[in-house]
Write a protein that binds this ligand. Structure first.
Ligand SMILES: Cc1cc2nc3c(=O)[nH]c(=O)nc-3n(C[C@H](O)[C@H](O)[C@H](O)COP(=O)(O)OP(=O)(O)OC[C@H]3O[C@@H](n4cnc5c(N)ncnc54)[C@H](O)[C@@H]3O)c2cc1C
Length: 491
C-alpha cells in the first residue's frame, strides 16, 4: 500500500466516511471533499473517455480510481531491459474505430502485430507449422472433415449473429431458444467432428477466456454481432484473426499509454487510490464516498465491470433487476505470461510466434516483441480452467509450467528467458478476472434491459455496456462516449 493511500484511508476513517479500519498509524487529516457536476467511478478507458467528453462540454467532473494507476484492464508492465510489455488489453483491429481515434488524438501510434512466417498447431503431441496466406487463413489445418464441419459451424454462428440486435440481444426473434442453452450444448450438436469441436473450443477460450459450458449461446452470438460497427456486421473471423482481425495492430510504447495520456489531459480531476465504497442519494444530489475523498455530484457514472459495481453500496438500494444482473455477470478467468529473450529467435525458424495448442497451461501465444525487435517477447494467454487451476500457484510454479509449454512449441532456446512477467487478473482486487464479464443461459433474456438503464442519476458505462466491441478497449471507449451523451442530456 502506498503512503498516500494509507493516509487517505486514515483520513476517511477519521471523517467517518467509511467503515474501514486503518491498519497503521498515520496523521489523521480531514477527508478531501469536492462538489462537481458528475462523479465518475473508475479510471479505465471508459471512465476517462466519459470525463473527457463531459469536460469538453463544460462540465465539472471527478474521476475516482481505486488503483494507484489509471487504465484498469490495460496496463504496461516494465521490463528489466528497460522496455515495456502489456499485461492486459493490447491489440486493436478493423472497425475498432473509437479506440483508434482516441489513440490518434493522443499521438499514440500503432504498428502491425508480428505476423510473418508460419503459425504452429500443436495437437495430439505433434507440431504442424502452417502458412496463413492460403484459403483457410489462420484456421489450423486439422483433418478435412473437421475443417468442413468447422466452416459450416462458423457460417451458422455468423448467420445467427446477424439476427441479434446489438442494442437489445434479448429481443432477437430466437432469443429465448438461444438463451436457454450453453455454447457447449450447441457445439455438441453442431460441431460433431472432434477436430471441429477442438477448433471451436480453442476459439471460445481465446476469445472469452471462458469454457463453452460457461456461456449462453445468445451471449456468444451477441459478442459476434458486436465485433463490427454500425456499417460492418460482426463476424467470428474478425474476433479470431490477426490480419484483418481484432489482433491486427498494437500500440507503440504499450497500450496503457492511451489511458495515461488521456488522464494527463484531465489533470487533478483524476484521483487515484480512491476506491469508491458507497453511492448515496442526498436530496437532488449524490454523495460518492471513496477512501480519502467524498464527492458530491448531480450525476454519477459507474464505469467499472458489473461484478465490481456490485461491490459498491448503494443508498437507496438499486432495483432488484439491476442488482441481480450484476450478481450474474461474473468475470471470465485470465492471465498473461510474457517471457523475454535477447532475440525473437523463433522468427529465424520461420515462425510468427502464434501457437494453437490442445494441451498445456498456454494454448495460445503471440510474438509480443517491440516494433524494432530489439529483444524477443513471447506472450501466452492463461485461459479459463487453466487460469483457475493456477490461481493459488506460486509465480515460480506458473513460470515453470509456462516455460515447459514454450519449450514444447519453440524448442530449448525458450527455456531460459532473460526475464519473465506474469499478470494474473483473477487475483487483482479491482478486476478479479477478465478479459470481460460473461453471461450464462438465462441472464440476457431475464436481466439484459438493466445493463444500461440509468437508475435515477446513476449511469452505467464500461466495455460490458457497449453495443460494439463489448469486451474490448474499443467497447470501453464507445461506452464512455455514450454515457457522456446520456448524462449531458439529463443534466
Ligand atoms: C488479459 C486481458 C487481455 C485483453 N486483451 C485485449 C485486447 O487485446 N484488445 C482489447 O481491445 N481488449 C482486450 N482486453 C479487454 C480490455 O482491456 C477491456 O475491455 C477494457 O480495458 C475495459 O475498460 P473499462 O474502462 O470498461 O474497464 P476497466 O479497465 O476494468 O476499468 C475500470 C476501472 O475501475 C476501477 N475500479 C474498480 N472498482 C472500483 C471502485 N470501487 N472504485 C473506484 N474504481 C474502481 C479499476 O481499478 C479500473 O481502473 C483484455 C483484457 C484482459 C484482462
Amino acid at each position: 500500500m502506498s503512503r498516500r493511500s494509507l493516509l487517505g484511508r486514515t483520513a476517511a476513517v477519521a471523517a467517518g466516511a467509511t467503515a474501514l479500519t486503518a491498519t497503521a498509524a498515520g496523521t489523521a487529516a480531514a477527508a478531501t471533499t469536492r462538489d462537481v457536476d458528475v462523479a465518475i467511478v473508475g479510471g479505465g478507458l471508459a471512465g476517462l473517455t466519459a470525463a473527457r467528453d463531459l469536460v469538453a462540454a463544460g462540465r465539472t467532473v471527478a474521476v475516482l480510481e481505486a488503483r494507484d494507476r489509471v487504465g484498469g484492464r490495460v496496463v504496461n508492465l516494465p521490463l528489466a531491459n528497460g522496455g515495456v510489455t502489456e499485461g492486459g488489453g493490447e491489440f486493436i483491429g478493423p472497425t475498432q474505430d473509437r479506440i483508434k481515434a482516441l489513440a490518434d488524438s493522443l499521438g499514440v501510434a500503432t504498428f502491425a502485430t508480428y505476423n510473418t512466417g508460419k503459425n504452429l498447431l500443436y495437437k495430439d503431441g505433434k507440431k504442424t507449422p502452417y502458412a496463413t496466406d492460403g484459403l483457410l487463413g489462420s484456421v489450423p489445418p486439422v483433418d478435412v472433415a473437421g475443417l468442413a464441419n468447422a466452416a459450416i459451424v462458423q457460417a451458422s454462428l455468423d448467420d445467427m449473429a446477424k439476427q441479434v440486435p446489438v442494442d437489445a440481444p434479448w429481443t432477437a426473434a430466437k432469443a429465448a431458444e438461444w438463451d436457454k442453452q450453453t455454447f457447449e450444448s450447441w457445439l455438441n450438436a453442431n460441431a460433431v467432428v472432434p477436430s471441429a469441436k477442438f477448433l471451436l473450443d480453442v476459439a471460445c477460450t481465446s476469445i472469452f477466456s471462458a469454457e463453452p459450458r460457461e456461456l449462453s449461446l445468445l451471449f456468444v452470438l451477441f459478442y459476434i454481432a458486436a465485433a463490427g460497427n454500425a456499417s460492418t456486421p460482426g463476424t467470428l473471423e474478425r474476433l479470431t484473426e490477426t490480419a484483418n482481425g481484432a489482433q491486427e495492430l498494437r500500440f507503440v510504447g504499450g497500450s496503457q499509454l492511451v489511458p495515461i495520456r488521456l488522464a494527463a489531459t484531465l489533470g487533478d480531476r483524476v484521483v487515484q487510490n480512491a476506491p469508491v465504497r458507497t453511492i448515496a442519494r442526498s436530496g437532488a444530489k449524490y454523495v460518492v464516498t471513496a477512501d480519502g475523498i467524498t464527492v458530491t455530484a448531480k450525476r454519477v457514472v459507474v464505469a467499472v465491470p458489473p461484478p465490481l459495481a456490485a461491490r459498491i453500496q448503494y443508498d437507496p438500494l438499486l432495483p432488484a433487476a439491476r442488482d441481480q444482473l450484476t450478481q450474474r455477470l461474473p468475470m471470465a478467468s485470465v492471465g498473461k505470461a510474457i517471457a523475454i529473450y535477447d532475440t525473437p529467435f523463433w522468427r529465424a525458424d520461420g515462425l510468427n510466434g502464434q501457437v494453437v495448442s490442445d494441451t498445456g497451461v498456454i494454448s495460445s501465444t503471440f510474438d509480443n516483441s517491440p516494433p524494432d525487435a530489439s529483444y524477443g517477447a513471447l506472450m501466452g494467454f492463461i485461459e479459463a480452467d487453466e487460469a483457475r487451476k493456477l490461481d493459488a500457484a506460486s509465480e515460480a510454479e506458473v513460470r515453470a509450467a509456462v516455460l515447459k509449454d514454450y519449450v514444447t512449441y519453440f524448442g530449448e532456446k525458450a527455456a531460459s528467458p532473460s526475464s519473465f512477467v506474469l499478470q494474473r487478473w483473477n487475483n487483482e482486487a479491482y478486476t478479479r478476472g477478465g478479459p470481460v464479464s460473461i453471461a450464462a443461459p438465462g441472464v440476457l433474456t431475464q436481466y439484459g434491459p438493466a445493463l444500461r438503464a440509468p437508475v435515477g442519476g446513476i449511469h452505467w458505462a464500461g466495455t460490458e455496456t457497449s453495443l460494439y466491441w463489448m469486451g474490448f478497449m474499443d467497447g470501453a471507449v464507445r461506452s464512455g462516449e455514450r454515457v457522456a451523451k446520456e448524462v449531458l442530456a439529463a443534466l
